[in-house]
Write a protein that binds this ligand. Structure first.
Ligand code: PLP
Length: 396
């Protein structure tokens, strides 16, 4: 029986999966059990920031496994300290907390924000404002924060005091924020929700509400962070000044790793025992994380900006040929192509796969591309040629 069939028998049916069996990855390529070679513009949903089989990550992981795999957070974990130091140095934040995933990072940030006000004697400040179509994860509080009601359907009561306002709707945001608000939580670029960028007015509104009401700003950099927009953290592009930042996806280079970066004023209100995790900041994951962060340098950021521009130029040519392509979206190497309802994005994803190009979708009938950050110019050319063929096939 093929693994595709076995998967249906064994694994809970929570995903729609492609009918291929991947056996190997190398850089920007994936190989399947039939010997077919795919150009990977999904990168494990923005996880494989440096492609498959990155040599430094591999070496760091093996080196750490020669010491120990795990010791718990009851003892000082040197790879965790090294990674934390590096992140604080790059970002200017004051403290780091490590966990295993994006949703846990957001749970942590939400708890830290509420605890901060509780310790300051303002326990009433619980309300957290997030955005319609945002995505913050699948555990209960992160799901409550997520601005997609369909994902909450059938799961019963959610943690309360989460309010969703429309993306880039400054007036709606202003009307919700007051001195009883705990936090405004947003992605620096709403990727799952349809590859939506922040308006300059929205950034200004958030910054002024933060000053006026002392409301905390939590930026979810799980997908857009770690260099994907051409800056280490996505919000640097737009000029936000968050109190808490969450990381995951790209930071582990393929290993499960998440994190929260905190300003000192928040760290000052936290005590031992307030929050915790057994696996969080696992030494192997942190060793891999350090190898990732050490490779996110100026040259890589230049590549992100240039390859992003190269993709957008090629997409403009494709867009000119098809009236069902509405808009090119995104920033750096989060690229979106919004389609009208006459062309279901799933058809394009399947046609691209038939051309041996992996791409994915985002909410609102948007085609999404998340190549690894070290993708080459030749690989982008190859991907765009494959995508052009996929559009020819679906438009017939
Ligand atoms: C993927 C994602 C998450 C959830 O991360 P998990 O590791 O799947 O829990 C949260 N926020 C954003 C912006 C994401 O893209």
């Amino acid at each position: 029986m093929s693994f595709i069939e076995q998967d249906k028998n064994v694994i809970a049916p929570l995903y729609g999966k492609a009918d291929i069996e991947i056996v190997k990855g190398e850089g920007s390529y994936l190989f399947d059990s039939k010997g077919d070679k795919y150009l990977d513009f999904v990168a494990g949903i923005a996880v494989n920031a440096l492609g498959h089989q990155n040599k430094s990550i591999k070496e760091a992981v093996v080196k750490q496994m020669d010491c120990f795999n795990h010791i718990s957070n009851l003892y000082v974990n040197m790879p965790q300290v090294e990674l934390g130091k590096k992140l604080l140095e790059i970002t200017g934040f004051d403290k780091a907390f490590f966990c295993n995933s994006g949703t846990e990072a957001n749970e942590g940030a939400i708890k830290f924000a509420r605890k901060y006000f509780d310790r300051k004697g303002e326990a009433n400040r619980q309300k957290i404002i997030t955005f319609v179509n945002s995505f913050h994860g699948r555990t209960f509080a992160a799901l409550s924060a997520t601005g997609q009601p369909a994902l909450r359907q059938g799961f019963g009561n959610m943690p309360g005091d989460f309010v969703h306002v429309a993306w880039n709707d400054c007036a709606a945001l202003k009307s919700e924020v007051n001195k009883d608000t705990c936090a405004i939580m947003l992605e620096s670029l709403a990727a799952e929700g349809g590859v939506m960028t922040l308006s300059a007015e929205m950034v200004e509104t958030i910054n002024s509400l933060q000053k006026e009401f002392g409301v905390l700003v939590i930026v979810d950099e799980v997908q857009a962070g770690c260099g994907r927009l051409g800056t280490f953290l996505g919000f640097e592009k737009y000029g936000l000044n968050p109190d808490l930042v969450t990381l995951a996806k790209g930071i582990g280079g393929g290993l499960p790793l998440g994190g929260v970066l905190l300003r000192q004023k928040i760290a000052d209100e936290l005590k031992a025992g307030d929050h915790g995790t057994t696996f969080g900041g696992n030494p192997i994951a942190c060793a891999a994380g350090l190898a990732v962060v050490n490779q996110i340098d100026a040259a890589l950021m230049k590549n992100v900006v240039e390859r992003g521009a190269q993709i957008r130029t090629a997409l403009a040519d494709i867009k000119a040929k098809y009236s069902f392509i509405k808009e090119i979206r995104g920033e750096g190497l989060i690229v979106g192509l919004a389609l009208d309802e006459s062309m279901p994005v799933g058809n394009v994803v399947a046609a691209a796969r038939a051309e041996k190009l992996m791409v994915l979708s985002a909410k609102g009938n948007v085609l999404r591309m998340l190549p690894c950050l070290n993708v080459s110019a030749a690989e982008v050319d190859e991907a765009m040629a494959k995508l052009a063929k996929a559009f020819e096939a679906v438009a017939k």
